[in-house]
Unconditional design. Sequence first.
Length: 448
Amino acid sequence: MTISDPGHHRSRTRGPSLDSADPFAIHMAPPEGETPAARAERLAAQQYAEKMSRQIDEQILQSKRLHDKKDKDVKILLLGQSESGKSTVLKNFRLRFTPQYFDSERNAWRTVVLLNLISSVRSIITAIENEFAAPEFNLVHDSHRTLCAELAPLLEEEVTVNTLISATPNVPPGQGQDVFVRPGGEWKSVLANSDEAKHAVEVVFGLRDEIDSLWADTAVRELLEKKDVSLKDGGGYFMDDIARVTAEDYVPTDSDILRARIKTMGVEEHFFEKEVGAPGARGVKDFWIYDVPGAKGSRAVWIPFFDMVQAIVFLTPLSFYEVLEEDSRVNRLEDSVHLWKEICANPLLQNCQIILFFNKMDILKAKLKAGLIIKEYVPSFADRPNTYAGATGYFKEKFRAYHKRSSPKPRAFFYYETTAVDTRSTAKIIGAVHEEIFRKHLHESILI
Ligand SMILES: Nc1nc2c(ncn2[C@@H]2O[C@H](COP(=O)(O)OP(=O)(O)OP(=O)(O)O)[C@@H](O)[C@H]2O)c(=O)[nH]1
Ligand SMILES: [Mg+2]
């Protein structure tokens, strides 16, 4: 007898009642001499197993449907160097298309605003300590030492909360680092629900007078100016709002949330599901946005998204007067141009729509007003008008030319000048960009 001889096997062991080709029949048959109670128990177990199996099948089907839907949904990738404003643009999308969700996160942002405030206080304390350590110091006095000691608990709270939300809990404190976040965005619920975060908020509230005294001190201001410590440029600047943001009943405004700085450390996937009644969401289909880290060492995580997204919003501030925070040998604008060329030339992205945002235009305007001379940083700018229009016009043509030259096949050039912290002007642009992306997607779906 061989195993491949079912007939032989069948007839020899069980007789004609199980004369079936089903190899499971033998296992499904009731045991011989089964009592009525055992039979009832067996049938109940069988029914339960069948019900569970149907539920599992349904779950698999549902997740497949979701997966297929996600496959069909429009996906947008935000790209650009660190601090270019990717996460801020994401917040603008949230504000316009899912305002209830945006609102539900307000409490978590209060902690971020206060962490940003502590970060500014830390920079000031470091400047004071450096001054004390200098061989000759005349701007700081014993009263500053006392004030720094009184403010020290803030720095401890900063470490505690950063550790709580950080993907890299062992980052040493006090080195001018931003707040980090874990990939996935769950940091917001961690912040909203943790006792440590609540305690940190109370400590900041308790030291509001000391923070105020530090900021009101003319010698401190003079020291910051002399040492070229600029608290405004890094984002997350709340020193002019101390009384407001340290009030017990403080609730961050939309503008505060947009200005709050939190450095993205991993890929964050954000689902935009149409919210009933949201003014910006009328007629809108579900879509996804991927927010990624922009620092030089983290850009490898962008690549897996290249063959799944339909559109890229590429951000660049025109910061030709600055270097990268993570690599002081690299000029910010040069880095952006290099990235732009690479993104335009990438064959995986040849069918992808690429939309360019010249962001932080408020800062460029302010710098020009304060006397910034463009050709000192960009000699090829030469004697063109040293104005906002002169600068944006010149750089726009440069980026357009690289786009045309680098793209594997012709595609439209989309370009906007943005100030992502200004919700009103950005809302219009976000609306136009969204419409454009969906229009192209619809057009292509029809062609397919
Ligand atoms: N003044 C001004 N500040 C801006 C603008 N856009 C963004 N910011 C601020 O710049 C800081 C950095 O912005 P983010 O959106 O966190 O930058 P990012 O590109 O996500 O940076 P990474 O996560 O490090 O890659 C934040 O504090 C923002 O509030 C703008 O148009 N004008
Ligand atoms: Mg970010």
